[in-house]
Design a protein around this ligand. Structure first.
Ligand SMILES: *[C@@H]1O[C@H](CO)[C@@H](O)[C@H](O)[C@H]1NC(C)=O
Ligand SMILES: *[C@@H]1O[C@H](CO)[C@@H](O)[C@H](O)[C@H]1NC(C)=O
Ligand SMILES: *[C@@H]1O[C@H](CO)[C@@H](O)[C@H](O)[C@H]1NC(C)=O
Ligand SMILES: *[C@@H]1O[C@H](CO)[C@@H](O)[C@H](O)[C@H]1NC(C)=O
Ligand SMILES: *[C@@H]1O[C@H](CO)[C@@H](O)[C@H](O)[C@H]1NC(C)=O
Ligand SMILES: [Cu+2]
Length: 223
């Protein structure tokens, strides 16, 4: 099933990049059984970790907001530029997966949403390094509830904070099977957040990316 499939891609890429000493958290952006969301939507990432967003059909974004104003780019409400992937159109028949990869610069919570249509209001929201110890009201659930009530859903003005890539791999597809994993760790408070970084990965998704069955992915080249 889809979640298992997704986890497999995380494991594949994570283990490949582990050789380079880099922890990569893979987040799938898009629908899984018709539910628009980020999978997973609540992750803990250490400073220096990479977060790679992998875009499923049809046309999503990763956009950073403040906690208090979901569905609006963070730059509209703070001095932080924030991360913005731009729109990532992907056809249902695509065999490659566009990616957008950022490096985590600090552990300040990063609140993220998809700026397509009403996706932000309808559940495409997530957090990196939620920190309820610093402020117990700033939970993903509360952020999502605020998002649901937003009257706007705005994209960023320019792609920022990370590296995008639309991959066309010549690598051999490998890796089918099952696995389980979950994000773990505890957050710490930190100063203002910005994120930047770059990484280029070749990722080839099998046709199971969109429609069930086992997932196959090959990392042909990285960094
Ligand atoms: C997706 O839907 C199918 C059929 O309803 C179900 O068997 C499968 O478990 C679902 N997968 C997820 C990840 O919800
Ligand atoms: C942005 O930075 C300026 C100068 O440092 C400051 O005066 C202003 O209050 C900041 N605005 C926000 C929204 O933080
Ligand atoms: C993706 O969505 C954006 C915003 O709605 C739109 O401007 C763009 O044309 C879409 N791209 C494709 C290929 O549909
Ligand atoms: C906690 O977060 C809420 C929502 O952003 C904010 O209104 C409140 O002032 C924060 N509390 C503290 C102590 O910073
Ligand atoms: C995408 O990956 C290829 C191969 O690694 C690299 O040559 C290219 O510069 C990357 N593009 C971006 C925008 O990172
Ligand atoms: Cu979306």
């Amino acid at each position: 099933m889809q979640f298992t499939s997704f986890v497999l891609s995380a494991l594949s890429i994570g283990s490949a990049l582990a050789q380079a000493g880099v922890t990569v958290h893979v987040v799938r952006v898009g629908s899984m059984n018709g539910s628009l969301a980020f999978y997973p939507n609540n992750i803990k990432a250490a400073v220096g970790d990479m977060v790679q967003f992998q875009f499923a059909p049809n046309n999503h974004t990763v956009t950073q907001s403040t906690f208090d104003a979901p569905c609006q780019p963070i730059a509209a409400n703070s001095n932080v530029t924030g991360i913005y992937s731009g729109f990532m159109p992907v056809s249902a028949s695509s065999t490659t997966t566009p990616t957008y990869t950022v490096m985590v610069k600090n552990t300040t919570p990063m609140w993220l949403y998809c700026s397509q249509g009403k996706h932000c209001q309808n559940g495409m929201t997530m957090v990196i390094n939620e920190n309820t110890a610093a402020n117990s009201t700033r939970t993903l659930a509360a952020y999502s509830a605020l998002a649901a009530k937003s009257t706007v859903n705005l994209p960023g003005t320019a792609v920022s904070g990370g590296s995008s890539n639309t991959t066309t791999s010549t690598g051999t597809e490998t890796g089918s099977g099952t696995g389980t994993t979950s994000p773990s760790g505890s957050g710490t408070s930190a100063p203002q957040a910005t994120t930047s970084g770059s990484a280029a990965h070749h990722v080839r998704a099998g046709d199971a990316m969109g429609l069930g069955g086992l997932f196959a992915v090959a990392v042909a080249m990285f960094l």
